[in-house]
Write a protein that binds this ligand. Structure first.
Ligand SMILES: [Zn+2]
Length: 311
C-alpha cells in the first residue's frame, strides 16, 4: 500500500513536470530557425545540371521534372503538376510545359509563396562565340540556383513543419522566348495565375540567379517600387542576420516571373543578382556558383518562414 501510494504520488509530481518541460521545449523550438545546409543545396544545383540543359522539349527537361516531383513528394503534403502548352508563333508549334506546385500546411491561410523557374534557356544567345548561340545553356545559376535553394527549404520544412502555410512553386517556361518577344517569356507564371485565380498569398518571394560566386543582391526595381516597406524591412532583416550579399541600394528593373504575380494581385518580390557575366552563355556552369551564396538566400527565407514576414 505504501509503495503504491509512493508511486502514485510520484506520478502526480512527474507528469506535470514533464508537461512543463515539454511545453517549454516546444516554445523554444518554435522560436528557433532551422539551419540551412549550404552543401546540401549546392548538391541540388549540381544534380539538376547533371541532367544537362533543361529547356522544354529536351531529355534533360523530362528527367529533371521527374526528379523535382519525386523530391517534393518526399517533403510536402500536396504535390501537383500544372501542365500547359504554349504556341510559339516563330516555330509554328505547341510546346508542353509543367509547373510544379508543392504545398505545406495546405489548409492554412495567410500563405507564403516561394518560387523560382526550373527551365533553362534553349539558346545561348549572349555567348561570345557566335557558333554557340543556338545551343541550349546548362543554367547552373539561371535556373538551377533558385530551385536548389527551394528544394533544401522543402527538405527542412518536411522535418520542421512551418508555422505558416507555404507553397513552393517551380515555374516552367520562364526563359523560352527570343529576345524582344516578351509574349514567349514568363510562361509558367502566366499559366499559374490564369489557372489558379482563387489562390491568395500574404507575401511571395521569387528567386532567380542567386548562386553566383560573387553574389550581390540589390533591391530589384519593380519589387522596391511596389513594396517599398516590405523590401527595406527584408533587407534590414538580412543585415541583422549578417547576410552580406544583400546590399541596401536599388538594383536593375528586371522582367521576371514576379511581374505576372504582381499583376494578379500577389505581392511578390524578386531576389536576383543580374550582374553575372555568364548570363545566357554556355559558361553558366556550376563552377561559377558556390554553396555560401545559396546559403545566404536560404537563411533569409528560413527566417521569413520561422520568424515571420516583416510588415
Ligand atoms: Zn535567363
Amino acid at each position: 500500500m505504501t509503495k503504491l501510494l509512493q508511486s502514485s504520488t510520484l506520478r502526480w509530481l512527474i507528469f506535470p513536470l514533464v508537461g512543463l518541460v515539454w511545453g517549454l521545449f516546444g516554445t523554444l523550438r518554435s522560436q528557433t530557425v532551422p539551419q540551412f545546409d549550404d552543401d546540401s543545396a549546392f548538391g541540388n544545383l549540381v544534380r539538376q545540371c547533371e541532367f544537362g540543359p533543361r529547356n522544354p522539349g529536351s531529355e534533360g527537361h523530362r528527367k529533371c521534372r521527374k526528379f523535382l516531383v519525386q523530391e517534393m513528394k518526399r517533403y510536402a503534403e500536396e504535390v501537383k503538376m500544372q501542365h500547359f502548352t504554349h504556341f510559339d508563333e516563330g516555330m509554328d508549334s505547341s510546346i508542353s510545359m509543367s509547373n510544379i506546385i508543392a504545398r505545406f500546411g495546405p489548409q492554412r491561410g495567410g500563405r507564403l509563396l516561394l518560387c523560382a523557374h526550373w527551365d533553362t534557356r534553349p539558346r545561348a544567345d549572349r555567348d561570345p562565340n557566335p557558333g554557340n548561340r543556338s545551343k541550349p545553356i546548362l543554367g547552373a545559376n539561371d535556373g538551377a540556383s533558385g530551385v536548389a535553394i527551394l528544394l533544401e527549404i522543402a527538405r527542412i520544412m518536411g522535418s520542421y513543419p512551418p508555422p505558416m502555410g507555404v507553397d513552393v512553386v517551380l515555374f516552367d517556361g520562364e526563359d523560352w522566348g527570343e529576345e524582344g518577344h516578351i509574349q514567349d517569356y514568363l510562361l509558367g507564371s502566366r499559366a499559374f495565375v490564369k489557372e489558379n485565380p482563387g489562390l491568395s498569398y500574404r507575401f511571395g518571394v521569387l528567386l532567380d540567379m542567386v548562386g553566383d560566386r560573387d553574389l550581390e543582391i540589390p533591391m530589384e526595381g519593380h519589387s522596391l517600387k511596389n513594396f517599398p516597406f516590405k523590401v527595406r524591412r527584408l533587407w534590414d532583416r538580412a543585415r541583422g542576420l549578417g547576410l552580406t550579399p544583400f546590399v541596401h541600394r536599388e538594383g536593375p528593373w528586371v522582367i521576371d516571373d514576379h511581374l505576372m504575380l504582381i499583376d494578379a494581385g500577389i505581392p511578390c518580390i524578386d531576389l536576383i543578382d543580374f550582374d553575372y557575366p555568364y548570363w545566357h552563355t554556355l559558361e553558366d556552369t556550376p563552377d561559377k556558383c558556390e554553396p555560401e551564396s545559396l546559403g545566404a538566400v536560404g537563411s533569409l527565407l528560413l527566417s521569413l518562414i520561422y520568424e515571420g514576414i516583416p510588415e
